[in-house]
Design a protein around this ligand. Structure first.
Ligand code: URP
Ligand code: ZN
Ligand code: ZN
Length: 463
């Protein structure tokens, strides 16, 4: 069995920070020991002196090749997982999509056909339920048994992904019986659609109106509603891409009542704002996503939520559309701009910058980016930590390197960076995925097909 020894680094997990040598054998972490105290031999030795040794990032919310608004997210599973590796992420959980009138199984099969044999890092699937009916409800039980243990439903996108309250309740009831987790996109789109039409009739067609009509109160209202539906069903709830402080307040209240309600936010809501949506010459289209970016003063509430554990996870919601030819579909009508931002490559660095800026601690960085998403979606122990028996998904991170984020240097298949010109302290140096070096000090050494499919357990917050 191949052995790799990582020497002299500061091992940072969600639980502790220790100077240790790390022995990797057969793709797993074999042992940790105080530096220089063991006479381990290994084929490869990686000197991590002055570096952090951290678990590979777990991005629990990506959309590679996602169909949206007549086009497809620009990253394939091949390019998107390669970019993830460049950014220190070694696991993604993407969303397989059920088409209306089709089974969950057909959607899952279609996503396996896109991803299998293509990924550079390990991957799992959530299931988007776009057609809740007797048959798809029954299928939920089978999927949970097979390792697809989470289901996203939407109070948004009428006619595409939207479920009504009765359908949501029924899916939650099923999840409460089978151990699945319902993930909710919570925005009141029936009301938002009225505001969209009224805005367009007033000639308000620029990207910034996307942020104005998708009101924080309508995110909060839908968040409140799905919390109450989950409470009635006796089901846990994970609210995705929380952007409004009013929605976070609903989650905080529910958690204070002791309900199993969890929340995710994304780097775009922590680092970008409606100022970006208002950029001139249609540049604001680069920042159109749903839930939308909010005014800057929402950011402090989100950081606080991450510190107080009212928000547990930071995922990217990586759903990239090129400015040229894709975002441009919405020139003259903001409602036709494909929704989504690139970011799978940037998350670990942006969150390290948050450590440098004093928003979160180093251990909290690893918790929200690695350990908590793994735990939330039934992967912890194998993923999300550095401990004997865990997969050797390890990042050697240089905390003092300086870099500038840019489309000119990133590896995502998209023609702009949402963080163009942003200076970051810290950089991924070397990445191991199950013991294989996939990124070696600025050189990609991985391959499409190395990534293995992950059948997941039920949420470890519920066991
Ligand atoms: O704008 C977004 N978030 N696009 C991806 C689809 C979704 O709702 O997560
Ligand atoms: Zn969503
Ligand atoms: Zn999403």
């Amino acid at each position: 069995m191949t052995r790799t020894l990582i020497t002299g680094g500061l091992v940072v997990t969600a639980a502790e920070e220790i100077h240790a040598d790390v022995l990797v054998e057969g793709g797993r972490i074999a042992a940790l020991a105080a530096p220089g105290t063991q006479q381990w031999t290994a084929e490869h030795v990686i000197d991590a002196t002055h570096k952090y040794v951290i678990p590979g990032g777990v991005d629990a919310h990506t959309h590679m090749e996602m169909p949206f608004g007549g086009t497809f997210a620009a990253d394939s599973f091949e390019s998107g997982t390669r970019a993830a590796a460049w950014g220190g992420t070694t696991t993604i959980i993407d969303f397989a999509i059920q088409s209306p009138g089709q089974s969950l199984r057909a959607g899952l099969d279609a996503w396996h056909a896109k991803a299998d044999g293509k990924c550079a890092i390990d991957y799992g699937f959530h299931m988007i339920m776009a057609d809740v009916n007797e048959s798809s409800l029954k299928e939920m039980d089978q999927l949970v048994g097979e390792g697809v243990t989470s289901f996203k439903l939407f109070t948004a996108y009428p006619g595409v992904f939207f479920s009504d309250d009765g359908q949501i309740l029924r899916a939650m009831q099923r999840a409460s019986g089978n151990g699945g987790t319902v993930m909710m996109h919570a925005e009141n789109d029936l009301a938002i659609d009225v505001l969209v039409q009224q805005a367009l009739e007033r000639g308000e067609t620029d990207p910034r109106y996307h942020g104005e009509v998708r009101k924080a109160l309508l995110e909060a209202e839908a968040t409140h509603r799905v919390i109450k539906l989950a409470q009635v069903a006796g089901a846990p709830l994970y609210v995705v891409h929380v952007s409004a402080r009013e929605a976070l307040a609903e989650i905080t209240r529910a958690r204070n009542e002791g309900l199993p309600v969890f929340g995710e936010t994304c780097p775009q809501y922590l680092f970008l704002s409606t100022d970006n949506l208002a950029e001139p010459d249609f540049e604001g289209a680069k920042y159109v996503c749903s839930t939308p970016l909010r005014p800057k003063d929402h950011q402090e509430a989100l950081w606080r939520g991450l510190r107080t554990n009212d928000l547990q996870v930071v995922s990217t919601d990586h759903c990239p559309f090129c400015f040229s030819g894709q975002k441009e579909l919405g020139r003259g009508d903001f409602s036709k701009i494909p929704n989504g931002l690139p970011g799978v490559e940037n998350r670990m660095d942006l969150l390290h910058q948050a450590v440098v800026d004093g928003h979160i601690t180093r251990r909290r960085w690893i918790e929200i980016a690695c350990a908590a998403p793994a735990r939330m979606f039934g992967l912890y122990g194998k993923k999300g930590t550095i401990a004997p028996g865990a997969d050797a998904d390890v990042v050697i991170y240089d905390p003092t390197a300086q870099q500038t984020l840019s489309a000119a240097t990133h590896h995502m298949a998209v023609d702009y960076s949402a963080y163009e010109g942003r200076n970051i302290t810290g950089r991924v140096e070397t990445v191991l995925s199950r013991g294989e070096v996939v990124l070696d000090r600025g050189e990609f050494t991985g391959r499409a097909g190395h990534g293995a499919y992950l059948a997941r357990g039920i949420s470890q917050y519920l066991r």
